[in-house]
Design a binder for this molecule. Sequence first.
Ligand code: SF4
Ligand code: SF4
Length: 172
Amino acid sequence: MFVTDFIEKVARVSKALTTKSPAVPDVHKHAVHNPQRYRGMHEIDYETCIGCDSCNKICPTNAIEMKKLPFKKQNIVPEVNLSVCIFCGLCEDVCPTKPKKSIKLSGGRYDMLTGGWHEDQDSFWVNVDIPEEYIKSRLEAEEADRVKKELAKKKREAQAKAKAEAESKAIL
Ligand code: SF4
Ligand code: SF4
C-alpha cells in the first residue's frame, strides 16, 4: 500500500514537472474571465455621448466622474473609477444614445487583468483620452455652426425690418 502510494505520488509530481502547459492559462490568449455573465470593464464612446449626465446621476457608488470637454455642447463625458464600481450596469441601462450605448460594460473582455499592483485608486480608472484632431474638428464645426446661426438671425432681422417698412409705406 505504502509503495503504491509512493509510486503514484512520484508519477504525479513527475507529470506536473514535465508537462508543457502552464498551471495558470495565459489570460491574454484564453479569456478565462469570460463567462457569459462577466460584464467586463466600461467602454466609453466620446463621439456619441451627449453629455446628459444620466450615468453619473444613477451610479449607486459614485464611481463616475464627468470629465469636462472644451466644447459648447456635449461638453462632459464620463470616466469610471473601477475601484469603487460594483458593475451593476445601471450606467449602461440608463444611457439614452441609440443604436449604441455611449457607456457600456464590455461584456467579457479581460482588460481589467493587469500585470501588477495598482498603487492607488487613481491608477484604476477608465479614462477618456480624446485626440487633438478630434477636439480641433469639433471646435471648428461649432464655430461654423455659430457663424451660420448668426447669419440666419441677421437675415431674419433684415426681412422683418423690410416687411415693417413696406407695411408702414402701405398705410401712408
Ligand atoms: S456599473 Fe454601476 S457602479 Fe459601475 S459605474 Fe456603472 S452605475 Fe456605477
Ligand atoms: S448616459 Fe450616456 S450619453 Fe449620457 S453622459 Fe452618460 S455616457 Fe454620455
